[in-house]
Design a protein around this ligand. Structure first.
Ligand SMILES: N[C@@H](CCC(=O)N[C@@H](CS)C(=O)NCC(=O)O)C(=O)O
Length: 212
């Protein structure tokens, strides 16, 4: 059985989307970042970088992984879906997956930090990450003007990785990026297409946090 360690943030939702797309059973363990549970030794034994998502698959021997790109690649290879097994299409998919993990996620994350969460507002830092966010959205728009999905004709783990973050441009980060996204028909079309997938909708609802 797969156990997903996650929270209500975009990086965790990449993996719940993939698990929902695969239709495989999985347990969810909530790592409450606001309670700093990412630093609990039981979690850092699985995720030494003390960040979600992490995943454990099976028991003896179990596969324990952190880093969303590695987890998505593992699941895609295990179940033979959403990542071509070889050839140029495989590397196009990995190219856009790494673009998300190394670019879109970190830059949007920093914009969220400096623009929204940080008590001290540093104009230079905010400007830097707004400009990076805009640049990355423009890269996406150009790619999606000529391709149905990020890596080409087929929906893949690259789309699952990018969707929860790109959605933020229109929601959580809309004060910085919303006006630009509104002028991007290809990104809008892709957000709608991906967002209408039932598995994506289910994955975006994971985890459920019980407040008591
Ligand atoms: N490169 C990592 C990034 C993971 C990440 O930044 N996770 C955030 C939540 S979205 C986290 O766990 N932050 C907790 C912390 O920084 O203490 C991945 O793609 O898995």
């Amino acid at each position: 059985m797969i156990t997903l360690y996650t929270y209500t943030t975009p990086n965790g939702r990449k993996i719940s989307i993939m698990l929902e797309e695969l239709g495989v059973p999985y347990n969810v363990k909530v790592i409450n970042l606001s309670k700093r549970e990412q630093f609990d030794p039981a979690f850092t034994a699985i995720s030494p970088n003390n960040k979600i998502p992490a995943m454990v698959d099976g028991e003896s021997p179990a596969v324990a992984l952190f880093e969303s790109g590695a987890i998505l690649t593992y699941l895609a290879e295990k179940y033979g879906r959403f990542l071509p097994p070889s050839g140029p299409a495989r590397y196009k998919t990995l190219e856009w997956l790494y673009w998300q993990v190394g670019g879109l996620g970190p830059m949007f994350g920093q914009l969220g930090h400096f623009g929204i969460f940080a008590k001290e507002k540093l104009p230079g830092a905010i400007q830097r990450y707004v400009e990076e966010g805009e640049r990355l959205l423009n890269v996406m728009e150009r790619q999606l003007e000529t391709h149905a999905f990020l890596a080409g004709d087929d929906y893949s783990i690259a789309d699952m990785a990018a969707y929860p973050w790109a959605l933020n441009a229109d929601t959580f980060l809309s004060e910085f990026l919303g006006d630009l996204v509104a002028t991007m028909p290809a990104v809008q079309r892709w957000l709608t297409t991906v967002g209408e997938r039932p598995a994506v909708q289910r994955g975006m609802d994971v985890p459920v946090i019980h407040t008591d």
